[in-house]
Design a protein around this ligand. Structure first.
Ligand SMILES: Cc1cc2nc3c(=O)[nH]c(=O)nc-3n(C[C@H](O)[C@H](O)[C@H](O)COP(=O)(O)O)c2cc1C
Length: 436
């Protein structure tokens, strides 16, 4: 089983910063992030994820911790303070250029000695900071992302792995015949290449993606090596898992080499009662007034301010799924909770603030380990994207509670056996000869 962990901010629960012993004051410091990374590395977790978004939501800012340190900067610093753990950064294909991003990840892969991964995101917001009046449509964003990936991977491959000669006697630095222009000309990009960074230790940094919509899944099947997903049930995970693996097979790729990790928000205590107590404590940190604004955004921007929060949202107010241009698949989860599960508005706010629609598992370490084991055994997951509610203690409870339980069952490593993220994930290194 593989485990990634989110390390952004004070925790995945939006009110976690309010806990009396949270380290909210230091949450922008390198020491804070280093402590969390060291903890994750002590647990032999495969990789850390630094999530990202490219705008500030005013009402949200008023009550939620604001974790958005720039991922590539922080991961570069963490590369120096860690030695084995993988470093995954979210970077948007909608609001960046492929040459810069190819360079950044190749460099991160070099300075971390083969631990870099890119969480490819298409962004559901940020347009007002990048000169556009409106967000490009969901399908346009994926179309650009597809071409973007073509360019980035060609740039990473533009240096064959033995291109650097370093012949000091004859003054030959590189074999120019092994460094190639890419001459890409497409609808969105015109890039000559080659990259100005030589081929990186993993050949290519690992590609991660979380496409959940049909377009997103097609994209993931074509490009990703790790696929994240937000699901509420084992059945939902099994459907997603088998669909992704089938799509990967249809692309002519090996399904074993594409890992599916549902996001899970574990609330662990030494006993179930303690975990439930913690859940209750966190529930009291939710500000319902600002929660209402966030929920409205999650529901496609509808006005819910005049509704009775103890009742479900009337179905006729909810927009059709394919009209939502932002985080469409996350909207689907909230729509389903509202319509099928008849969640009240208050309960939907809790689901948003607590875990942003990810599955919350509450219990003692053995109970959570049972759940993880079942999901992997029954074809729902190859591992999990852990979203600790509060940091660093929430991760400590995972590392010292859940992980030892998984080890006892022979389901998780006791130590790293390799040095690169590809080693941890059982993915093949890519060499210069893999240029296609
Ligand atoms: C575990 C996980 C982490 C994610 N991290 C980010 C992120 O850091 N930044 C971002 O803009 N979107 C992030 N997303 C959202 C996805 O990129 C994607 O937009 C979402 O899953 C909806 O899929 P769709 O675009 O195919 O509808 C994440 C999703 C998941 C499940």
């Amino acid at each position: 089983m593989h485990l990634f962990s989110l390390i952004g901010g004070v925790g995945h629960h939006q009110g976690a910063w309010r806990r009396p012993n949270s380290r909210a004051e230091g949450a922008m410091t390198l020491d804070y992030y280093s402590d969390i990374a060291a903890l994750a590395e002590r647990g032999k977790i495969d990789a850390l994820l630094m999530a990202d978004g490219l705008s500030v939501n005013g009402p949200r800012l008023a009550s939620a911790s604001f974790p958005h340190v720039e991922p590539m900067t922080m991961l570069s610093a963490l590369a120096a303070r860690t030695s084995r753990i993988g470093l995954v950064g979210s970077v948007s294909t909608t609001f960046s250029e492929p040459y810069n991003v190819a360079r950044q990840f190749a460099t991160l892969d070099h300075i971390s000695a083969g631990r870099a991964a890119w969480n490819i995101v298409t962004s559901g917001h940020g347009e007002l900071n990048f000169g556009d009046a409106s967000l490009p449509s969901h399908s346009d964003r994926y179309e650009r992302a597809d071409e973007y990936l073509e360019v980035v991977t060609a740039l990473w491959d533009s240096w064959e792995s033995d291109a650097i000669v370093l012949d000091r006697a004859n003054g030959v630095y590189a074999d120019a015949a092994k460094v190639h222009r890419i001459d890409h000309v497409g609808k969105h990009f015109k890039v000559e290449g080659p990259l100005n960074v030589p081929r990186s230790p993993q050949g290519r940094p690992v590609l991660v993606q979380a496409g959940s919509s049909a377009t997103g899944r097609t994209f993931a099947a074509k490009h990703a090596e790790v696929v994240f997903t937000a699901q509420q049930t084992l059945a939902g995970c099994q459907d997603f898992y088998s669909d992704i693996k089938a799509r990967v097979r249809a692309e002519g790729r090996d399904p074993e080499k594409v890992k599916v990790f549902p996001g899970v928000h574990p609330l662990v205590g030494s006993t179930e009662a303690e975990a439930l107590r913690m859940e209750d404590e966190l529930r009291h940190l939710i500000r319902m007034d600002t929660g209402m604004t966030w929920l409205s955004k999650q529901l496609g921007g509808i006005d819910i301010s005049g509704l009775d929060p103890s009742k479900p949202v009337p179905e006729e107010l909810l927009p059709a799924v394919d009209t939502v241009q932002e985080r469409r698949s996350r909207y689907e989860i909230f729509r389903q909770l509202a319509v099928e599960e008849k969640y009240s508005i208050n309960r939907l706010i809790e689901a948003e603030v607590m875990s942003a629609g990810h599955l919350v598992v509450v219990g003692a370490p053995e109970q959570i380990a049972d759940r993880f084991a079942k999901w992997v055994a029954e074809g729902g997951a190859d591992g999990f994207m852990l979203l600790p509610s509060y940091l660093p203690e929430g991760l400590e409870l995972i590392v010292d509670g859940i992980i030892p339980e998984l080890r006892r069952r022979g389901l998780f490593r006791s130590d790293y056996t390799g040095t690169t993220l590809r080693d941890h994930l059982g993915l093949d290194p890519l060499t210069g000869s893999d240029r296609g």
